[in-house]
Write a protein that binds this ligand. Sequence first.
Ligand code: COA
Ligand code: AMP
Length: 633
Amino acid sequence: MDSSASGASGGYDAVYAAWRRDPEAYWAEAARGIAWSEAPRRAFDPSLGAYGRWFPGGRLNTCHNALDRHVAAGHGDRPALIHDSPMTGKVETLTYARMLERTAKLAGALAALGVGAGDRVVVYMPMVPEAAIAMLACARLGAVHSVVFGGFAAAELAARIADAQPKVVVAASCGLEPGRVVAYKPLLDAAIAMSPHKPEACLILQRPERPCDLLPGRDRDFREAEATAQPHPCVPVEATDPLYILYTSGTTGKPKGIVRDTGGHAVALHHSMRLIYGLGAGDVFWTASDVGWVVGHSYIVYAPLLAGCTSVLYEGKPVGTPDAGAFWRVCAQHGVKVLFTAPTALRAIKKEDADGKLLRQHDLSKLEALYLAGERCDPDTAIWAGKLLGKPVVDHWWQTETGWPITAGFRGPGLFPLKPGSGGKPSPGWDIVALDEDGKEKPRGEIGNLAARLPLPPAALPTLWNADDRFRESYLRRYPGFYDTSDAGMVDEEGYVWVMGRTDDIINVAGHRLSTGAMEEVLSSHKDVAECAVIGVKDALKGQAPMGLVVLKAGVQRAEAEIAAELVALVRERIGPVAAFKDARVVPRLPKTRSGKILRATMRSIADGENYAVPPTIDDPAILEEMEGALRP
Ligand code: COA
Ligand code: AMP
């Protein structure tokens, strides 16, 4: 396999052409990488679901494919997971045999609590091996997990518990952030109190940094339950059965439950390891993300284990744990071959170690490539990293909805020349076009709304949890025959895709996807606020940062700074620290169109110091001067 920048795209072109020629045959071939207890009737049935379903009739178990089959093939001693935690100062390696043993027992413990195929289990855990074990134990039972990121507040956790209706919640007593211990248990208790649905039981992993009290009758000790359980065998499920639900920000405060099906997910993720990252059994892959995000689901847990790789699970930050050399230390210590992270992490490292003094203290000879996703990567950062590392830096574009990269550079067939600022070329299965407002395809090189021609490939969402209509309305209605990505961008003359940013009110803060609509709902609930707008403004480190603009109710006389501080605290309390909402400003009024629509895009341009055209529909153009004073630093 050629893993260097080959200067030609012949290898990729042939793979993509093979998919185009016969998509069903392409995916049927990829499906041979997975062990099925019953082979699918066919790769794709267009008559099922919203746009067709993958591998109908097939039966399989994802945990079997991720663990059991590797052990059965004699690879039980191979490291499956390396937990590297600068937060606790510990490194623990779990072999495939040990992962299997622990997962089978935890599955037994969950089964003893009544969890069976189709039941939901919410997992609310920090970056510990037990998070991956809990996910795999659910998969083993055919149960549907829903992992909730630790940086969310109780209300967000409650919304997910209410929607997924889990039988059991698996949580830890605490998470560890630099300088503070995040007590998870009070957040969990508050969330359960808020949710109309109550789980029957909670399995709590006690961490020595902050153990918690257990509620008699409801809470069980994770380790005790695991130790005393009978190992549970794998339960095969239909390929079209859900493996997990992952909630992500939509345009309202109500998160969307992205559904991942079992068969398509296993096939596409297994296939992607060789095709995109150029990795196979025994290779060490490190995705520096969090299991609470899709990137963590796919490339910390499922894909590396499906492919028999060793995956690094890192509980730390790119800087401050202890310094900006942390990523390079982990790569050197564990022999990481491919590292995958968010551009914001690189920007944080660049800020503290621009000339690479800390980087050069580590032996990075085993590292072959760096992959980036989660937000647009500014070309400067990509070029900086490429120069310093002397390895390919591959930006690739994806979404929680898609489960794996829509576009990428492909180490399997050999990398084509990379263009910093572009997300690469479409993965097989993805036919990407830029459309105008009427759904007409834009010429190459022109910016439009990026859309994927249906059907979506395996592993992309078949629907939203209990919300088929919302799925159609959110993704399929605007452009018949296409999936609307809600990203703006273009496809250039050579087929590279350039992603410029969201066309809806979703913003990307430090690689975390957040809804400004959800933040507006919180600000509006403050007693002194008459109306408000939240916009994402440019931020040198985090890419974007939220800024809240509020108009106070008539007669409110309190100090503006006091109200602003309350608003910041309110967003942290309701959405969580991850919202990184630190900037609330009181303004006399908001710019609007004559029909009353708030001109958020215009405000964003003003805040970012960009030139802007005065919208012809604006109610009162004089207000824009007022906004310049209020928005510019
Ligand atoms: N549990 C609890 N709180 C969390 C958390 C978690 N799992 N993750 C983040 N937070 C908190 C942080 O402690 C911070 O709190 P603070 O306001 O009290 O400081 C807040 O949420 C905002 O976090 P973040 O935006 O991540 O900023 P940061 O200053 O802590 O770190 C970076 C900045 C760049 C180091 C960090 O954002 C990073 O590593 N980003 C990479 C993101 C990533 O991997 N994304 C996945 C997509 S691929
Ligand atoms: P999430 O669902 O959290 O993965 O966020 C998805 C969104 O992040 C996409 O819709 C894009 O706006 C953005 N995104 C992810 N990867 C990239 C990338 N490589 N380049 C540009 N934007 C990206």
